[in-house]
Design a protein around this ligand. Structure first.
Ligand SMILES: CC(C)(COP(=O)(O)OP(=O)(O)OC[C@H]1O[C@@H](n2cnc3c(N)ncnc32)[C@H](O)[C@@H]1OP(=O)(O)O)[C@@H](O)C(=O)NCCC(=O)NCCS
Length: 440
C-alpha cells in the first residue's frame, strides 16, 4: 500500500466513530429550516451536505482543510526552483487533512507518475470526435470511456464490505487524477496546435508536466499549479462538486461521477464563466479600438450589458459576499508577472467599476468579482488564447477536490442522495396557512 493510502486509512478509521456518533446521538437535531424561497431558489442556503475537505465562509472565502488560500500556499512544500507548491502535496493535504513534508509530496508525485499512462483507446476516442467538438465534451467523453477500467466496479462485483468501498475508489481516483493532465494537454494540442501532442516528461511534477505537455514555457508551470489548486474545491454545494457527489452516491464509480461533474462545470453560470469574461472584455476592447476606457466609458458598457438582460460575467456568487480570495490570489500573480497587460488593466478597471453599479442596480446579492474574472487573463497572456479550453483547466483542477470528496463519502458510508420534492400546490397551501396564521 502507498504511504498516502496508509495514512488515509488511519485517518478514516479515526474519523468514522465521529460520524457514527453524530448519527446515533444527534440524528434528530435540527440544522436549519427550509423556506419556500429556498425550495424554488435552487436549494440556496439549505444545509444538507457534509464535507471536511473545504469550507466556504461567505465573508472570508474558501478554506482548504482549515487553511485560507495564502496559508495553504505558504505551508505546502514548493517545487524546487518554483514559487508554487506541488499540486501533489496539496492533494495530500485535501485527502488527509495534514500538511505534507516535501518527501510526502514527492512520494505522491511518484505514485501519480506510476499511474499516469493514458490508454491508447482514450486518444482513439478523442480522435474519432469531430475536431470542432467543445473541449469540455471531449474531456467528459475521455473520462467516461475509461469507466471500463474501473477497479471499483470489478471489486464491487466480487463483493465488497461497506467499510472497504473507499479502497478501490481511491485506486480509481488516483488513476484518473494521474491521467488528467495528459488528457487535457492532448485535447489542447490536438485541437488548437495543429495536432502536435507533446509526450509527458516523467521527471516533472503534475503541474509542471501539464505545462510541458501544453508546450507553454515557464512560468506557465506555476500558473498551472496555482490554477489547479485554486479551482480544486469550493465546498460541496456548487454544481460540479455536488454533481460529482450525487452521481457517486448511487455507487457509480469515479469515472461516471467525474464525467458528470465536468458536464455541470460546462455551464455558463458555472465554470464556463471564465471564457465568458474574456469574450465580454474583448467585445469591449473591440468597441474601444483597443484603448483603455475611462471609468465612465467602462461604466456605460457595464450598464449596456445589464440593460440588455445579461449578467456581468465574473461577478456575483451564490455563497460569497466579498471579493473571492481566489480572484485576489490571481490578481497578485498578475501584479507580479503582467502588471502592464492591457486585458489585466481592463479587469482591474472592472474591479473598480462593476461593484458600485451592481449595488446600484440592486439585484445581485454579491457585487464583487469571483475567481473567473481573473483566470482567463492569465491564460491569454501566456498564449493559451483558445478560451473554449479554459473550463477544461478548471475541470482538471476541480477533479482534485471531487475525487477527495468521493473517497471520503465512501469511507464514511454516506448514503444515496435523495432530497424530497413537493408540488407547487403544496407550496401554495403552506403559504396560505402561513398567511392565515399571521392574520390571527
Ligand atoms: C454566480 C451567479 C450564477 C450566482 O447566482 P445567484 O446565487 O442566483 O445570484 P444572486 O442571488 O445574487 O442573483 C440575484 C439576481 O442578481 C442577478 N445577478 C447576480 N449576479 C449578477 C451579475 N454578475 N450581473 C448581473 N446580474 C447579476 C441575478 O441574475 C439575479 O437576477 P434575477 O433576480 O433577475 O434572476 C450569478 O452571480 C451570475 O450569474 N454571475 C455571473 C456569472 C459568473 O460569474 N459565474 C461564475 C460563478 S463562480
Amino acid at each position: 500500500m502507498s504511504k498516502l493510502k496508509d495514512k488515509l486509512q488511519e485517518k478514516i478509521e479515526a474519523w468514522r466513530p465521529r460520524t457514527t456518533a453524530l448519527l446515533k446521538k444527534a440524528g434528530d437535531v435540527k440544522l436549519g429550516d427550509v423556506t419556500i424561497g429556498m425550495a424554488i431558489g435552487g436549494a440556496r442556503g439549505v444545509k444538507c451536505l457534509v464535507t471536511d475537505i473545504s469550507y466556504l465562509d461567505p465573508q472570508e472565502g474558501i478554506r482548504f482543510r482549515g487553511f485560507t488560500i495564502p496559508e495553504t500556499l505558504q505551508k505546502l512544500p514548493k517545487v524546487p526552483g518554483s514559487d508554487m507548491p506541488y499540486v501533489e502535496g496539496f492533494l495530500y493535504l485535501l485527502l488527509t487533512g495534514d500538511v505534507p513534508t516535501k518527501a510526502d509530496a514527492e512520494e505522491v508525485a511518484g505514485e501519480l507518475k506510476a499511474r499516469a499512462a493514458v490508454p491508447q483507446y482514450v486518444f482513439d476516442v478523442l480522435r474519432a470526435m469531430p475536431r470542432d467538438t467543445h473541449p469540455m465534451t471531449m474531456l467528459s467523453a475521455a473520462i467516461l470511456c475509461m469507466q471500463r477500467d474501473s477497479i471499483y466496479v470489478k471489486r464491487y462485483n466480487e463483493g465488497l464490505g461497506k467499510n472497504d468501498h473507499w479502497d478501490p475508489t481511491y485506486e480509481d481516483a488516483m488513476n484518473l487524477l494521474a491521467r488528467l493532465p495528459e488528457i487535457g494537454a492532448y485535447i489542447f494540442r490536438m485541437k488548437y496546435r495543429a495536432d502536435t501532442p507533446i509526450a509527458p516528461d516523467p521527471k516533472l511534477d503534475w503541474g509542471g508536466n501539464f505545462a510541458h505537455m501544453m508546450g507553454v514555457p515557464q512560468p506557465y508551470d506555476d500558473v498551472s499549479r496555482l490554477y489547479f489548486i485554486l479551482h480544486s474545491d469550493h465546498e460541496s454545494g456548487n454544481v460540479s462538486a455536488h454533481t460529482g457527489h450525487l452521481v457517486a452516491s448511487a455507487l457509480s464509480d469515479v469515472y461516471y461521477s467525474a464525467s458528470a461533474m465536468i458536464n455541470g462545470l460546462a455551464g455558463p453560470l458555472h465554470g464556463l464563466a471564465n471564457q465568458e469574461v474574456l469574450r465580454w472584455i474583448q467585445g469591449v476592447m473591440e468597441k474601444m479600438g483597443g484603448k483603455i476606457p475611462t471609468e465612465e466609458e467602462m461604466g456605460k458598457f457595464v450598464w449596456d450589458t445589464l440593460e440588455s438582460g445579461q449578467v456581468v460575467p465574473g461577478f456575483g456568487h451564490a455563497v460569497l459576499r466579498k471579493t473571492d480570495p481566489r480572484y485576489m490570489e490571481q490578481r497578485n500573480f498578475c501584479l507580479k508577472h503582467l502588471p502592464n497587460d492591457p486585458i489585466f488593466k481592463y479587469v482591474d478597471l472592472l474591479f473598480k467599476v462593476v461593484p458600485p453599479i451592481l449595488e446600484k442596480q440592486g439585484k445581485a446579492k454579491n457585487p464583487w468579482p469571483n475567481v473567473d474574472a481573473q483566470s482567463g487573463v492569465i491564460q491569454w497572456y501566456y498564449g493559451v488564447r483558445e478560451y473554449d479550453f479554459y473550463t477544461c483547466l478548471f475541470g482538471i483542477g476541480r477533479a482534485l477536490g471531487v475525487m477527495c470528496n468521493i473517497i471520503w463519502d465512501r469511507a464514511l458510508g454516506y448514503p444515496i442522495e435523495r432530497p424530497k420534492s413537493v408540488t407547487t400546490a403544496m407550496l401554495e397551501e403552506v403559504a396560505a396557512k402561513a398567511e392565515a396564521a399571521a392574520k390571527k
